[in-house]
Design a protein around this ligand. Structure first.
Ligand SMILES: Cc1cc2nc3c(=O)[nH]c(=O)nc-3n(C[C@H](O)[C@H](O)[C@H](O)COP(=O)(O)O)c2cc1C
Length: 127
């Protein structure tokens, strides 16, 4: 399995039900593809982590990359994993307030967040 993460910027103005639509698509498609993950959104930028078999992760990433509702996608990393950090969620979602303690959130969401995931959350807080 691999875990892939990226950040992107939502096209403005953000449609009010954007996140609901994304999560509906994730619930529809991710279980079938064996994918789990996390989506963070602060009203402007997304951070997404997608985990599963490499082929399925990359195919979904390609589809997401072609989505006109966001742009300026930057892949943060892709790594081999033995176990999932977000195994309980088709796509976990949190809305992030400015100045929130993301390291603590990472810990809370994953039980014992891997150093990689903690670092991801922390760097997202800094942008
Ligand atoms: C930030 C962002 C994250 C997304 N994450 C997912 C995802 O995890 N799974 C998924 O199937 N679609 C995701 N989408 C939606 C896809 O881009 C695409 O619209 C959707 O997969 C199409 O699904 P459908 O053919 O079932 O309508 C995401 C879109 C955005 C903008």
């Amino acid at each position: 399995m691999i875990q892939l993460s990226y950040i992107s910027t939502a096209r403005q103005p953000v449609e009010p039900d954007l996140v609901e639509r994304i999560l509906a698509a994730s619930r529809r498609n991710n279980p079938r593809a064996g994918l789990t993950g996390l989506l963070l959104f602060n009203g402007r930028r997304f951070l997404q982590v997608i985990e599963g078999e490499a082929e399925a992760v990359r195919a979904t990433y390609q589809r997401i990359a072609a989505d006109p509702r966001h742009f300026a996608m930057v892949r943060l990393g892709e790594r081999e994993i033995e176990s999932r950090d977000f195994g309980d969620w088709d796509m976990a979602y949190r809305e992030i307030a400015e100045g929130g303690d993301l390291a603590a959130l990472a810990e809370k969401m994953t039980g014992s967040a891997s150093a990689t995931v903690r670092a991801l959350f922390t760097s997202y807080a800094a942008i």
